[in-house]
Write a protein that binds this ligand. Structure first.
Ligand code: F6P
Length: 321
């Protein structure tokens, strides 16, 4: 049966470029004579039947805005059978033939389980500052987040060099070191600490002491939040090296702001691809670019731990510092 009406929602942590993705889904679906229901607050909106019909004009003026006009959130209730049954009722009652889920790894895990259990065709659009979706090159929002973090690190370098200090800068990434690795390399930082790799603080401190003896005066060490707190690490560095340390926690600043051209371009092209895949009767997969080509990967693959060549990155960061 041809599709008549689809739903679109954003779930999990917001990411810059989600709005551009919503805009692309809505306008490309309308171009293909489909109706689009916007689901408010992600899975909460399905559970509580918070929906609104989106027309062409309803997504005007949002292409350059961070966050998500559909709102988003984490929804523990969706893990329960009662929550899922209610969500399915909303879908049936509102004659939604397919769902586009804009989010990251956790959102796709939920869509994979729900879609298969209730036979609801779901297509994912990867959007997360963590770049944690397996099988695709980049999530929407990651490029914006690393540029935001990089701008902060450039500023920190000015004061670190002038006052001859060691800075420990904490970036986001509960389970993933992707932001930390990228900004540590692009920011010319001296070291990086990530959840994927065992922390060897003694080696880091040894390098600092050796460098200091040769006249090096400042360091920036980037730590992903999932690998430890900047405060604890800085305290230990001071104890082990006797050098003065300062900490900066960039936090949710990295999640906001105007999406970069890369984040927007990705969002707009993947929005179109997601609608096309639903129209073609596909389900249970996420769209994305892989090696420069637009493609789709099964949710079962997309939700696996993304492989990052962290040893190579860490090595290069050290060699170039
Ligand atoms: O969106 C991903 C992310 O920013 C992670 O890097 C971070 O650990 C988490 O979300 C924080 O989530 P919340 O804003 O719900 O505390």
């Amino acid at each position: 049966m041809p599709l008549k009406r689809i739903g679109v929602m954003t779930t999990g942590g917001d990411a810059p470029g989600m709005n551009a993705a919503i805009r692309a889904v809505v306008r490309f679906a309308i171009y293909n004579k489909l109706e689009v229901m916007g689901v408010i607050r992600g899975w909460w909106g399905l559970i509580n039947e918070e929906l609104k019909l989106l027309d062409h004009r309803s997504v005007s003026g949002i292409i350059n805005a961070g966050g998500t006009v559909l709102k988003t959130g984490r929804c523990p209730q969706f893990a329960t059978k009662e929550g899922q049954d209610r969500a399915f009722n909303t879908i049936k009652k509102n004659a939604i033939d397919g769902l586009i889920v804009i989010g990251g790894n956790g959102s796709f895990t939920a869509a994979h389980i729900f879609g298969n259990k209730y036979n609801v065709p779901c297509i994912g659009i990867p959007a997360s500052i963590d770049n944690d979706v397996n099988g695709i090159d980049m999530t929407i929002g990651w490029d914006t987040a690393i540029n935001t973090a990089l701008a902060a690190i450039d500023n920190i370098r000015d004061t670190a060099t002038s006052m001859e200090r060691v800075f420990v800068v904490e970036v986001m990434g509960r389970d993933s070191g992707s932001i930390a690795l990228s900004v540590a390399l692009a920011g010319g930082c001296e070291d990086v600490i990530i959840p994927e790799r065992k922390l060897d603080l003694e080696a880091i401190c040894n390098d600092i002491v050796q460098g200091n003896m040769k006249g090096k005066i400042s360091w920036i060490i980037v730590v992903a939040e999932g690998a430890g707190s900047a405060a604890d690490i800085a305290k230990k560095i001071t104890e082990m090296t006797s050098l003065e340390t300062r900490t900066v926690v960039l936090g949710h600043i990295q999640r906001g702001g105007r999406p970069t051209a890369i984040s927007r371009d990705l969002a707009l092209r993947l929005g179109q691809e997601a609608v096309n895949r639903l129209i073609n009767g596909e389900k249970d997969k996420a769209v994305g670019f892989c090696c420069g080509k637009v493609t789709a990967v099964d949710f079962a693959t997309a939700i696996q731990k993304k492989e990052i060549k962290f040893e190579e990155w860490c090595h290069l960061i050290k060699v170039l510092s």
